[in-house]
Ligand binder design. Structure first.
Ligand code: VGL
Ligand code: ZN
Length: 267
């Protein structure tokens, strides 16, 4: 004899158990975006980020635990010319970490609209465009594989054959903190197109540096409509003060700033 109330209860449990999981799986497509974890930003690098090497094991652990939840993983690489416009050495009598303005002579390019969330959509309305730029030590030079300017990925970083590499800052005359587009908002990298082609709705960002490339990438991701997470303990800032203000600005913009422990609970 089957007890009728027990039967109802089993059906309820099955519905409650499976319904939300199925719904979540069809709506959420996640990407893990590892930003600029390169030798130039690590111990021995010309632009070594304080305690930067500590992100490697946090990122590896996230990948070991949660790889199957990420539809794709993107590794970005800062990828500069030998005489890149962001290098102090490319400008006469300028020192690293000085702030300058770069003037661009426009040759029919399109600019971003005010606010700069989408590049290359509106008339630049002028023969020139001025872009603020901090000057840096020579770093992350394309195809350099050793020494302070090495653009190699961190030696200990776990990678998979399926990882997608996106380079940025490869235009000699334009810097690119964001993994989506350059600092003047003239042109895009491959990232948005790649994420869209996989139907990605949610991005989890980690890497270097929190106050520059992670910050700008996370803001752009949020502007583009991605549900955006930054895993704070898998990042480090160039400077603690700008790191803290980057976190406040990201939170205000609706970016979720979490710890890798919180990620374990979310997954
Ligand atoms: C970065 C400064 C210059 C970064 C790149 O990856 O955060 N910072 N180039
Ligand atoms: Zn750079």
């Amino acid at each position: 004899d089957i007890m009728w109330p027990d039967f109802v209860c089993v059906v309820c449990l099955i519905i409650v158990h499976f319904q939300p999981t199925q719904a979540a799986n069809t709506q959420t497509v996640s990407a893990f975006v590892i930003i600029d974890v390169q030798e130039c930003f690590l111990e021995g690098g010309n632009l070594a980020v304080k305690d930067g090497n500590a992100v490697i094991e946090v990122i590896n652990r996230i990948r070991e635990k949660w790889q199957r939840f990420f539809t794709l993983t993107v590794l970005t690489k800062d990828w500069h010319c030998k005489e890149h416009v962001s290098f102090a050495s490319s400008h006469s009598s300028r020192k690293p970490f000085e702030d300058v303005e770069l003037n661009y002579t426009l040759k029919g390019e399109l600019c971003s609209e005010a606010g700069g969330t989408v590049p290359g959509t509106v008339d630049c309305k002028g023969p020139t465009k001025t872009v603020a730029q901090k000057l840096w030590p020579d770093h992350c030079i394309a195809n350099v594989t050793s020494g302070g300017t090495s653009s190699n990925l961190a030696k200990g970083l776990k990678t998979y054959d399926t990882d997608i590499v996106v380079i940025k800052g490869d235009n000699c005359q334009r810097d690119s903190y964001s993994a989506f587009w350059d600092n003047g908002n003239f042109s895009s990298t491959a990232l948005h197109g790649t994420l869209k082609s996989y139907g990605v709705t949610t991005v989890y960002m980690v890497g270097l540096a929190l106050d520059y490339c992670v910050f700008e990438s996370a803001k752009d991701a949020k502007h583009l409509g991605y549900n955006t997470f930054v895993i704070r303990d898998a990042t480090r800032p160039v400077d603690n003060t700008t790191g803290d203000s980057a976190v406040s600005t990201m939170l205000r913009a609706g970016v979720n700033v979490i710890t890798s422990q919180q990620l374990d609970k979310l997954m």
